[in-house]
Design a protein around this ligand. Structure first.
Ligand code: DGY
Length: 330
């Protein structure tokens, strides 16, 4: 019997690749380059499964081309790049990699909070360019985390991991979420409030919600103007949750203290993006899950999901369970 055919958009760590050996007949678009959308469309025509890395859009055109596809296994926790409705309609399972990147992402949120609060970018530049001429009580002064209020938007696994860290920094936690998470409120000393109140009360706001039609543009000019003048916005979720033009104005005109960002409306970020010129905005290249442990965990999970689906079982991280009554036949 021939092995199922699988297409990978990029090489993933060996914790995943080694599990594929002998189980599937795979082709790899590239070791490291960004996949060319036209070639992806050509190469997925006859495959049973795909492992898809960030930046590849799985839209209706993709699913219609992939005539034999049974499972699209994402090498990411976010699945905003996937047309879930079409995949479900066509009987294709979609899976993701939750849990394994929670700590790495929460660490990144804390890193951005600290770097923005302590003006890491500006102070480092001053030092490297000879501006550190003496010690003074008024030099290089930033914001305290201890005693400040952290507002978390989205209280899922990652939001709660941020709360856990922030508590040990002495921060007070308030949160808003699609559904109230009463079971975590005592443990994390977290108070549930509406978004408007969260924006008004927080010294730091951390975005940790998924990108959906309800959260696209959630933080625009009105919301940024509701924040305190010395508040910091942190985004490790998805760029499109924030109106980037409004954020530029907020950070350059002093509506807020600054921002720490890992994600953008367009990625990779164009070099003419005005935010790049602001020193009170700390920016990282979508690296929240870029630790060895997280990336290895993602590889293991992405392959496990794929193999379970191809072997006719329900994969552990199925994001479209409605597909189960209408799966493509094996
Ligand atoms: C995800 O998994 O959705 C991250 O944004 C990239 O690792």
């Amino acid at each position: 019997m021939s092995l199922p055919k699988v297409f990978l958009t990029q090489l993933i760590p060996d914790t995943g690749m080694s599990l594929l050996k002998g189980k599937v007949d795979y082709t790899l678009w590239s070791i490291d380059e960004a996949p060319d959308p036209d070639i992806v469309l050509r190469d997925v025509k006859n495959v049973d499964g795909v492992i898809v890395t960030m930046g590849v859009k799985l839209d209706r055109i993709f699913f219609e081309k992939a005539e034999k596809l049974k499972v699209a296994s994402l090498y990411s926790v976010g699945y905003d790049s996937v047309d879930i409705k079409t995949a479900t309609e066509l009987g294709i399972m979609v899976t993701n990699t939750p849990g394994v990147l929670t700590d790495a992402t929460a660490d990144t949120a804390m890193m951005l909070m600290l770097m923005t609060a302590r003006k890491a970018r500006e102070n480092e530049r001053i030092m490297r360019t000879g501006g550190w001429t003496h010690w003074s009580p008024s030099l290089f002064v930033g914001k305290d985390l201890a005693g400040s209020a952290l507002g978390i938007v989205g209280f899922g696994e990652i939001g709660r991991a941020v709360a856990k860290r922030a508590l040990s920094f002495g921060m007070k936690i308030i949160y808003t979420s699609r559904t109230r998470k009463i079971e975590y409120e005592d443990r994390l000393c977290a108070e549930n409030v509406p978004l408007g109140e969260l924006l008004e009360r927080s010294d730091f706001v951390s975005l940790n919600c998924a990108l959906t039609k309800d959260t696209t543009g959630l933080i625009g000019e009105d919301e940024l103007r509701m924040m305190k003048k010395d508040a910091v916005l942190i985004n490790t979720a998805r760029g499109a949750i924030v109106d980037q033009k409004a954020l530029f104005r907020a950070c350059s005109e002093g509506w807020i203290y600054g921002a720490g960002l890992d994600v953008y409306e367009k990625e990779p970020i164009p070099l003419d993006e005005p935010l790049l010129g602001l020193e009170n905005v700390v920016m990282m290249p979508h690296l929240a899950s870029a630790t060895k442990g997280a990336r290895e965990g993602m590889a293991r999970l992405a392959v496990t999901n794929l193999l379970e689906a191809l072997e006719g079982r329900v994969p552990p991280n199925l994001v479209n369970p409605d597909v189960l009554g209408r799966l493509r036949s094996f």
